[in-house]
Design a protein around this ligand. Structure first.
Ligand code: NAD
Length: 258
């Protein structure tokens, strides 16, 4: 089904664990050339890369703290130097940073949350744009940018997560502008919007708290990172989604139905 992903050059930000890593592993199984990224190399980097290569892909790690615009550029440049271009960009780096109610939000926290969730995606996309354009031109098919939004982008987020929810809503929104002005260059923009997935993102919750959250999910449980991965394959594959752009796909066990 995803045959056309073989050999595609896929850069996934924030992908040393969790949802990003599960997506990277899925692309590797389909024969893609995959760049994973994190602020620094994880302790098990060698075994991660080896497993992706034995699954049939090519894999490399590109260090960079994407809160910095300069790092967004250098990660894109290093990926292009290694693989010769970019066909698919997945802006997955993101996170809560912390939980702060409105009264406690200061400039430093504001910058940290918006840099990680909004600036990183915009700057990485900006620097990838010439390569995505070239990919579309060379292949005669579309290149694909995938943002990672959140159920919090609709609901406003849980306690102390208002800024995070707003940054995710910003992503849901800004792709509309990119669709309006870059579709004729052969680039598609779509958002995967996860509900509640069992990753380090929820490290602050014990089993009792997870059980409470699960009661608000019709499927009665958190998602597993590998259950989100096929959605990225779908939006990356021109064969599957070549006429789909500007959409938000909610992967949330029924937690929220916009
Ligand atoms: P995670 O904490 O397991 O993974 C986050 C990844 O981002 C890690 O690989 C980490 O190294 C990387 N990262 C963090 N800061 C970075 C930085 N400054 N520069 C580069 N990389 C950085 O979390 P996850 O649940 O896998 O989250 C992945 C994405 O999904 C995030 O954008 C998150 O906001 C979103 N999301 C997660 C959930 C959930 O319930 N887990 C729900 C909605 C949205």
């Amino acid at each position: 089904m995803f045959d056309d992903l073989k050999g595609r050059r896929v850069l996934i930000t924030g992908s040393t664990q969790g949802i990003g890593l599960a997506a990277a592993q899925a692309f590797a199984r389909h024969g893609a050339k995959v760049g994973i990224n994190g602020r620094k190399a994880p302790a098990d980097l060698d075994s991660i890369l080896k497993a992706m290569e034995s699954a049939g892909g090519e894999a490399a790690f590109f260090a960079g703290d994407l809160c910095s615009s300069a790092a967004c550029k250098s990660v894109v440049d290093a990926f292009v130097e290694r693989f010769g271009g970019i066909d698919v960009l997945i802006n997955n780096a993101g996170g809560l940073v912390g939980r702060k109610p409105l009264e406690e939000i200061d400039d430093e926290f504001f910058d940290a949350v918006t840099d990680l969730n909004a600036r990183s995606a915009l700057m990485t996309t900006k620097h990838a744009l010439p390569h995505l354009r070239q990919s579309a031109k060379d292949s005669g098919q579309t290149a694909s940018v995938i943002l990672v939004g959140s159920v919090a982008g609709y609901t406003g987020g849980g306690p102390g997560a208002g800024l995070y929810g707003a940054a995710k809503a910003w992503l849901h929104n800004i792709q509309k502008n990119w669709v309006a002005f870059h579709t004729k260059e052969g680039i598609r923009f779509n958002t995967v919007s996860p509900g509640t997935f069992d990753t380090a993102f929820h490290a602050d919750k014990d089993e009792a708290a997870k059980a409470r959250v699960s009661t608000g999910i019709p499927m009665g449980r958190f998602g597993k990172p590998e259950e989100c991965a096929p959605t990225f394959l779908f939006f990356a594959s021109h064969g599957c989604s070549g006429y789909i752009t500007g959409q938000v796909l909610d992967v949330n066990g029924g937690q929220f139905m916009p």
